[in-house]
Design a protein. Structure first.
Length: 185
């Protein structure tokens, strides 16, 4: 695997290194030892999937607060997404900054999103499925979120008029002092 750090500490694009032959290919998408060597949280407590029927579906921006902060490894198994990580760590030099990667079943790229970073995505194709490997179990009382279009962040999304649920559309404006809003799944 190739680990490609971004300008935000704790956000790393990961490219599998397939071994190809006449049958197709074989590639490793997870290795605790390699993740640890690159300073990434190598715990794996749960895996989840998100299926999205329509292009333009937007999910996010979500995170879990300490002491249940989570790291995620995000991969697309069908379709494509514009994947975004947002730094919400107040002491970080990149606080309130974001980075984005296109993840697709075709490019097979993954995105590691570390603790303290919010995560969200917008689907670029119909029938998109996203697979998550998560470092800690979901803890409903620690679930938080910030609004996808909050001017405090200026996140650039590729498609206008996203398909949102009420919760993700309704987070209040972000302010420097309070924690991100509590949400329910």
């Amino acid at each position: 695997m190739r680990f490609l750090p971004s300008r935000i500490e704790g956000v790393v694009a990961i490219e599998p290194d397939p071994v190809r032959d006449e049958r197709g290919f074989f590639e490793r998408t997870w290795c605790a030892a390699e993740f640890g060597e690159h300073g990434l949280d190598a715990r794996l407590a749960q895996c989840s999937a998100s299926f999205n029927r329509r292009r333009g579906t937007l999910r996010g921006m979500h995170l879990q607060a300490p002491p249940h902060a989570e790291a995620k490894l995000v991969r697309v198994t069908r379709g494509a997404i514009h994947d975004v990580a947002l730094d919400l760590r107040p002491d970080s030099p990149t606080f309130r900054q974001w980075v984005a990667e296109e993840l697709s079943a075709e490019n097979r790229r993954m995105l590691y999103v570390g603790p303290g970073l919010a995560h969200g995505f917008q689907t670029l194709e119909d029938q998109t499925e996203v697979f998550y490997q998560i470092s800690v179990p979901h803890h409903p009382g620690s679930a938080r979120g910030v609004r996808w279009d909050d001017p405090a962040f200026g996140i650039e999304w590729p498609l206008a008029d996203p398909i949102l649920n009420e919760r993700d559309a309704g987070y209040p404006d972000f302010e420097d002092s309070p924690a991100p809003a509590t949400r329910r799944r």
